[in-house]
Design a binder for this molecule. Sequence first.
Ligand code: NAD
Length: 498
Amino acid sequence: MTAGSTDGCPFFIGGEWSSIGTLPTSPVFNPSTGEVIAGTPLGGAAEVDAAVRAADEAFPAWAETPPSERARVMFKYRTLLERDFDAIARLISLEHGKTLAESRGDLFRGFEVVEMACGAPTLLTGELLPNIARGVDGELARHPLGVCVGITPFNFPAMIPLWMFPLALVCGNTFVLKPSERVPLTAIRLAEVLAEAGVPKGVFNLVHGDKSAVDALLKHPLVKAVSFVGSTPVAKYIHQTASAHGKRVQANGGAKNYAVVMPDASVEKTVEAVMNAAFGCAGERCMAGSSVITVGDRGRAVIPELVKAARSFTVGRTDIDEQPAMGPVISAAHRDRVCGLVDEGEREGAKVIADGRDVTVADAPGGFYFGATIIEDVHADMKLVQEEVFGPVLNVFHVDGLESAIAQANAGCYGNGAAIFTRSGGAAREFKQRVRAGMIGINVGVPAPMAMFPFSGWNESFFGDLHMQGRAGVLFYTQPKVTTSRWFAEGEGDIWHK
Ligand code: NAD
């Protein structure tokens, strides 16, 4: 692949791979070195229209394909993904920058949705109630919607597309995926493997692009449903625009997640979990524990341990065999934004107690590195507290009781996840009941639900009704049809038989 070329980023439309060389491109970086490794072609209305039409043409036959046959494609997909597991994980590390272990986790969580989709015949089984009135039966069957669309962010190049299309497809829909222009290579590999698994032409399509491609998808009259994951302003826009154009929409947005450390928490286990929550994937996770709230002096005892752990956290390249604890962030611009937020917070009185701003990696001076950073004395009016930082930065709050901790966790506009570390069942229950977030962890730092449960937040972290994956995903990708039927006994009511 040559730098900036689109050769490595083809579209997949109607079962054919094609490069559209005349389109403008957006650079794809190897964040470990800063080198450009590809260029994402920025498709527009014409490419989107071709993909949606291909999906629409393929829909009737695919919708009529028995669910067990659709599931068989997923069984094959699962086997092939397993075969290619390590190669795909390396590709994620290359274009995203997360460590190989994190990339394996990224793919594995998506892989679990594929496994769930293999159960399509059971997932789609309907309901029947005989005798809703004498001699009358009621029956509910779940039908597919038509062409569904997935628009995904950069931070989980495998898992997030896999939240969407495996379930959409086994439910009998056809699909158009528009991955993040910053990480197109993993999506292309996922599509190649799906084609190899035998998905019929047009059932799954891949287009590349940015806002123009997204807008064309949101407004296309043949698109029935839109699944989106990304930042809150864009999620809100997607929800409003797609809804205004008559689509069913689920849109996951950004987050600011709190981890509460109670005085009775296990220090060692809590430090391990909070380090992972705050600095795993370089903080570029919607479930990142980006703020810790310590309760009382004993809760506060985790802070020196966290600082020690953060200062010894290795940062380095993830595109080589020897792996660091943490890789780079996605781009130079993003690193500079994170750095700017920390600088501004410090100017406004925050205290940086572990400082990752000057981290460098000797053999990769052009990489986008930012070390593990911990900040105390933050205030509600700082951008550091209000905005999603999406980098390896942990804000620290100290409070004197559970009541104040819950108030702090509920203070912002988001509501994705929250965690509590404690040995008290009563405190954990109180927290679980009263925190306004969609995903709660008890002694678990990143409570990202598994495939059989829904993954989405509350408040400004989610726009729509039905959450992603799990049974909610099946409901999102299907519409119920209820049939009320009445049959008569031979000759009953036929006056000419009398
Ligand atoms: P982003 O919002 O910039 O981009 C997401 C997608 O939207 C991309 O495909 C992009 O091409 C498209 N897009 C960007 N700007 C657009 C615009 N103005 N109009 C239409 N489409 C547009 O997000 P990102 O930076 O790629 O990802 C990080 C964000 O995603 C963070 O806020 C993170 O919290 C969030 N996220 C949320 C979840 C969740 O489940 N809640 C999961 C992962 C990531």
